[in-house]
Design a protein around this ligand. Structure first.
Ligand SMILES: Cc1cc2nc3c(=O)[nH]c(=O)nc-3n(C[C@H](O)[C@H](O)[C@H](O)COP(=O)(O)OP(=O)(O)OC[C@H]3O[C@@H](n4cnc5c(N)ncnc54)[C@H](O)[C@@H]3O)c2cc1C
Length: 539
């Protein structure tokens, strides 16, 4: 069949990683097309207007964007020139306890340590010690590694073993995050908060090999940030850069198949039957099952690769249930009467009090049951009035809930409204004005809704794949596909299922762009710091 339109490269899905990749390649002079099934580009960078009460904007997927303004692509792609603007609220996280106390993380370490000291002086000292010790490890090793294609594990270990910082990282990493917290901190609420805020959203906290994740997050110079105007503004800035450099994005374009020619990926077929040719490469921002099992013919993929793709695992603990509210006024937390700063807390955690809740939550997820409630969220309009009509507000709370509720995800459709009402009742215990007429409208999204909207987030896993099962670094998504090259000629991967993983980091797309540019023999126009070189030079 004829392929009338042709591009250098085609990208499947226009999530933020795919957009970052496309922007780099478009600036490299390539003609690249991204195909996206949704009506807008951005994937998890969605900001939706409430259909019932106009003017209220809800960030129904990602909202807390960690350290985005320090990402190399944010700078290289001049996203502020394209309209992106971020803030990093000072009281970055507040875990509000039922007795009115609050454990607070500030952008200022001294203020965070003061808050820790209200719970335990020893833990406040431990916080300072770990931040001091891990800051150079974060700056010189972990950040560099995340912003570079991953090294083979043996080479990485050898390089890290040469330096004092590297050896310390390897030593702490041997622990699981749970072991780290139990060993280094004594206070029950602090232990719970550290585990939850620093870990529960990223990795399985029981896994050895990730003991460094909590000190690394504590030591990171930048905390959670928000995009002014809503998360979608970041996607719009990326799209603007792509268009400025000749890239094309087609939305509403479902993909039926990746086409092969001469043993190489050479184009795609859309649901409409339209075929589009890619002269040099196809890149998938989707998950390994979609890419290698659903979109490619079985004979195009070696059997051992099919098995590995099929065995790619998703996080049990990642799925989120979201309650989004349109408000007449912001939530007024009772705890703020004594601690006025809480009125401007960015991320608020509710229902978390004890370390033991972690195992209760894990157990409930394993059984497919709703765990005792722990919720977190924000009121974006406290910081950005543009996301609601004048004087009004939007807010949301998330809860980690199992995908297969009572054995089946289908149960969510009958259960979700009831569950949202329970969440709202609990929220009102902390912020009574929510039960006194402040709520103008609400809607909720279940883990099943997440998968329906973004099918690459299989089983509602917003991280697009767990870090268990060896799915990390050089072996993410699986051994033999870990450097953004799918084990099929001309086919690359760039979504959250690749290194360094899910969340809004843009680094999967950034790193994949470097690999593709190198494979095509393009001159790399942007500065980069390959991990190997960087690790060779640390003390
Ligand atoms: C409720 C929720 C809250 C979250 N909160 C945060 C947060 O606060 N901070 C954070 O960092 N992360 C958060 N995340 C996670 C974050 O959104 C994801 O990890 C991130 O979006 C993954 O980026 P990606 O580029 O890999 O893919 P995605 O953003 O998932 O994009 C993939 C794209 O591919 C498209 N697609 C899928 N299948 C096809 C197909 N067959 N054909 C064509 N297109 C297809 C999808 O429509 C989508 O646009 C949240 C996620 C959810 C669900």
């Amino acid at each position: 069949m004829l392929m009338p339109v042709s591009y250098d490269g085609i990208i499947l899905g226009a999530g933020h990683n795919a957009l970052v990749l496309q922007a780099y390649l478009a600036r490299s002079g390539l003609r690249v097309l991204a195909l996206e099934r949704a009506p807008a580009a951005g994937g998890g960078l969605i900001t939706e207007e409430n259909p019932r009460v106009r003017g209220f904007l809800h960030n129904t997927h990602s909202f807390f964007h960690r350290a985005i303004t320090t990402a190399p692509w944010y700078r290289d792609l001049e996203l502020e020139r394209h309209g992106a603007r971020y803030i990093e609220p000072e009281l970055n996280v507040a875990m509000i306890l039922r007795d009115g106390r609050a454990l607070e993380w500030w952008t200022d370490l001294d203020r965070t340590a003061e808050s820790f000291a209200e719970f335990s002086k020893r833990d406040a000292a431990a916080l300072r010690t770990w931040v001091t010790e891990f800051r150079p490890i974060v700056d010189q090793i972990l950040t560099v590694e995340a912003q570079s294609p991953p090294l083979p594990p043996e080479r990485r270990r050898e390089l890290l073993g040469r330096s004092r910082l590297g050896r310390r990282l390897l030593e702490v990493a041997q622990l699981s995050p749970v072991e780290f917290v139990e060993r280094e901190f004594e206070n029950d609420a602090i232990r719970a908060g550290l585990l939850f805020f620093n870990g529960l959203r990223e990795i399985d906290l029981r896994l050895p090999g990730f003991g460094h994740s909590i000190p690394a997050l504590l030591a990171g110079q930048h905390k959670a940030q928000m995009c002014m105007g809503g998360s979608a503004r970041l996607a719009e800035a990326l799209v603007a850069d792509i268009r400025e450099h000749g890239g094309e994005i087609r939305t509403g374009a479902g993909i039926r198949a990746i086409l092969m020619r001469g043993g190489r990926a050479a184009g795609v077929e859309l649901d409409t039957g339209e075929r589009i040719e890619a002269r040099a490469f196809v890149v998938s921002g989707l998950n390994p099952q979609q890419t290698l099992l659903e979109l490619l013919d079985a004979e195009a993929v070696p059997q051992n690769v099919r098995e590995r793709a099929g065995g790619f695992e998703y996080n049990l603990l990642a799925p989120l249930f979201a309650l989004n509210v349109a408000l007449d006024e912001p939530p007024r937390y009772k705890a703020a009467e004594r601690r006025p700063d809480l009125a401007r807390a960015f991320m608020v955690i509710l229902g978390l009090e004890r370390f033991a809740q972690f195992s209760e939550i894990v157990g409930a997820h394993e059984r497919g049951e709703i765990p005792p409630p722990v919720m977190w969220g924000a009121c974006p309009t406290v910081f950005d009035a543009s996301q609601a009509p004048p004087g009004k507000h939007t807010a949301f709370l998330w809860e980690k809930l199992p995908y297969a509720l009572n054995g089946s995800a289908a149960n969510w459709d009958a259960e979700k409204e009831k569950h949202a009402r329970r969440m709202l009742a609990l929220w009102s215990d902390f912020a009574p004005n929510l039960a006194e007429g402040a709520v103008l409208d609400w809607f909720c999204r279940s883990p099943l809704d997440t998968e329906r909207q973004l099918p690459n987030m299989r089983r509602g896993d917003l991280l697009v794949g767990s870090f268990a099962n060896g799915q990390v670094g050089y072996n993410r998504p699986f051994a033999g596909a870990g450097e953004y090259r799918a084990p099929v000629g001309g086919l690359y991967l760039c979504g959250g299922s690749t290194h360094p993983g899910g969340n809004i980091t843009g680094l999967c797309g950034y790193n994949a762009a470097g690999v593709i540019a190198a494979d095509l023999g393009l001159r790399q126009w942007w500065p980069s710091r390959p991990a190997e070189k960087a690790l060779e030079t640390i003390e």
